[in-house]
Design a protein around this ligand. Structure first.
Ligand SMILES: *Cc1c(COP(=O)(O)O)cnc(C)c1O
Length: 386
């Protein structure tokens, strides 16, 4: 069937919801001439720390940096194994590799798309040092089971919270349940600083070590070495990274963080609308959420149900593109990507991740999606799958 576009403009996937107050804060930051790491980063850290209820936090310049620093600060000997889900973004696995460790991939559950904890338990060896679960799409992992497994084997737990800023289990935020939480403020995430991230951890001493590693490994107060208190000499303890967040980036995030619950509520309206309007299409929609967890509603993932249609996922992607509806693929599993396939040819089998990789696509869910946009998404899916 020939698809005829009707929208004048493309609906961009993951469009950020930026407002006057965000622009004004960015301008105020520029006007202040303090654009690097400084007072706005400190405010953003403080606000984020109190939002998630973490003992300590460090702002960094990406979610990938957050993951790299969390793995690095643990100081594992080279070749240590870290168990993670293959159903994630490549950055999760890359962080493990960059620290000289070995990613041990585990399948996800078919319905939650989160780490299969029983499969993780079967992968533990004498070299296992940590588990790195991903709260996929914003749905919290089974942290009770993960923490019990970690405690039984003396493993660290690093939570990949890139999708999960608002996610809670029994009222406690993801990122405060394991040893570290790693958040992302990439352009498409629930809050954006264009590029940015945050590490949460159990105490200030650990946060201080991460902050040092994030700024070349220079002594702690080097962040403020150009302040009007006069130049401060620094020392170098170990070769670190350039992973610090800037005030200009933090300026963009400050008011989005204040609006975070309002944005979540808007996504919740869209979420319920999609669930209702798409229920009769040959799609497998996200699972309902149990009452004790709060889903961060980062991604609305649909699986093309090939028991009911012969249209493939890639045909759906092409059709939506033709109708000017932006969409994403979260994800083709990491073990299927060239580097990881070559480097870990014996990993697997991962039937659930393979199943999802072939069928998944995500539709626009940002608070910048209007009612008209959402109805266009539904209409487009009806035309493509009809
Ligand atoms: C976005 C993302 C990251 C990386 O965050 P960046 O800020 O883009 O570096 C890591 N893990 C997952 C699951 C992500 O979605």
């Amino acid at each position: 069937m020939a698809l005829t576009p009707w929208r004048d403009t493309s609906l961009v996937f993951g469009k950020p919801d930026l407002r006057r107050e965000d622009y004004d804060e960015v301008i105020a930051c520029l006007d202040s001439r303090w654009i690097g790491t400084g007072p706005r980063v400190a405010r953003f850290e403080q606000a984020f720390r109190s939002y998630v209820g973490a003992p300590a936090v460090v702002a960094v310049n990406s979610g990938s940096a957050a993951l790299q620093l969390a793995v690095k600060v643990l100081g594992f000997e080279p070749g240590s194994e870290i168990i993670t889900s293959t159903m994630t973004f490549c950055a999760t696995a890359n962080a493990i590799v960059h620290a000289g460790c070995v990613p041990v991939f585990v399948d996800c559950e078919r319905d939650t798309m989160n780490l299969d904890v029983a499969a993780a338990a079967r992968c533990i060896t004498p070299r296992t040092r940590a588990i790195l679960p991903v709260h996929f799409a914003g749905r919290p992992c089974d942290m009770g089971a993960i923490m019990a497994l970690a405690r039984a084997h003396n493993l660290a737990v690093i939570e990949d919270c890139a999708h999960a800023i608002e996610a809670t289990i029994d009222g406690r935020h993801c990122g405060t349940l394991g040893d570290f939480g790693c958040f992302s403020f990439y352009a498409t995430k629930n809050i954006t600083t264009v590029e940015g991230g945050m590490v949460t951890c159990r105490d200030q001493a650990l946060a201080d070590r991460i902050a040092v590693l994030a700024l070349h490994g220079m002594s702690k107060d080097a962040r403020y070495r150009y302040s009007d208190d006069g130049f401060v000499h620094y020392d170098l303890y170990e070769p670190g990274f350039k992973h610090n967040l800037t005030d200009l980036a933090a300026a963009l995030g400050l008011h989005q963080l204040e609006r975070i619950d309002e944005s979540w509520k808007r996504r919740h309206v869209l979420w319920e609308y999609y669930r209702a309007e798409l229920s009769d299409l040959p799609l497998i929609l996200p699972l309902p959420t149990p009452g004790n967890i709060r889903h961060a509603l980062h991604l609305f993932t649909c699986l093309v149900d090939d028991r009911e249609t012969r249209i493939t996922r890639d045909e759906v992607l092409r059709g939506l593109h033709r109708l000017r509806i932006g969409c994403g693929v979260h994800y083709r599993a990491v073990h299927l990507l060239d580097y990881y396939r070559r480097t870990f040819p014996d990993a697997g089998p991962f039937p659930n991740a393979d199943y999802i990789s072939e069928r998944t696509f995500s539709i626009p869910l940002s608070p910048a999606v209007s009612d008209q946009d959402a109805s266009d998404v539904v209409r487009a899916l009806r035309e493509v799958l009809g």
